[in-house]
Design a protein around this ligand. Sequence first.
Ligand code: ATP
Ligand code: MG
Length: 382
Amino acid sequence: MENIILTGDRPTGRLHLGHLVGSLSQRVQLQNSGQFDQIFIEIADAQATTDNSGNIQKVKDNVIEVALDYLSCGIDPSKSTIFLQSEVPELSDLTFYYMNLVTLARLQRNPTVKQEITYRGFDNSIPVGFLTYPISQAADITAFNANIVPVGDDQLPMIEQTREIVRTFNRLYGETLVEPQAVLPQNVVCQRLPGTDGQAKMSKSIGNCIYLADSPEEVRKKVMSMYTDPNHLKVSDPGDTKDNPVFIYLSAFAKDEHFAEYFMNKETGKLEYKNLEELKAHYERGGLGDMKVKKFLNFVIEDTLAPIRARRHYYEQHIPEVYQILFDGSDKARKIAAETLQRVKRAIGLDYRNDIELINDQCIKYGSEPITYSSDSEKKIR
Ligand code: ATP
Ligand code: MG
């Protein structure tokens, strides 16, 4: 079996640090590992319309933002196929057939969708398309025969839904679809990076994000006003590092090299803190102020974002090239999705043009002359 990756993002805003640690870094690493036969990266613009039907402009504008973010993080279009979901209409056909394999109750139980419905204040006015988006994700994944899906942990219920659809489909219609596996980042804090406001997830739709494209000044402001431990009022107070996003971000981004560079006392030649464990221990016992930790975090994030910003600057000067990458990727993706759709329709039995047996059964039933299997007869019925 080939090793195929599919991942994607909704173009509902620029990508943020949560995307970087939750999915993007892993994609780049997998892309460059050479262990994968194909990598597909979808900009899920059609899915983004499910909760933005009155604001398509927002979706359209963010397609280029997401594409710029991909390229600036090191997604290489010669190794990975970046495509637009709306350019691959076969995905809607697949979704349509998969819809019959899932119950409404099952969709309503999906914990991520439930939480997103609350965030968006949909209450009793949930767009049907929104509720069914886990099914369209199953179409996205299976269309490309992907076996690996690198995601943040909010996506686990979606991958589980896809696996169920695959199993039901294969049971009903024979082995046709590939059952995928989610791959989470190894570092637990990266599986769901919290927001700068301390909420459980940094999310474009909540707006509690540090974006990859933020300027150094914007990053500094956001870091300096980040939520920390609300009980750590005086520097001398003992502080909590577990539910404190400043320390969570440091666990995600800080390397020992950062400590060596930032905390070196030039006069004594000694390191104030060698690593995150030492910094945490000081904060926990008291005597370490939030400002000092935040300044260090700002340094670490800047070190992470500076090369990304530089690459983004290049692509911002070459926008037509970026659109061309999307169109070429979409053409390639469409061919593969069309093959899968044909396979799926054949498995279901909705493949009239190639179903000579069906045509002949009807011929016999009505007394027509049956057709033969020669290529001429095929031409005749096309
Ligand atoms: P939206 O609020 O519009 O849903 P989002 O910020 O959740 O946007 P998505 O496009 O839905 O972003 O997610 C794309 C990918 O990034 C998914 O694999 C998701 O798990 C991952 N991801 C998003 N936010 C985070 C986060 N805070 N931490 C880790 N991974 C994340
Ligand atoms: Mg999301």
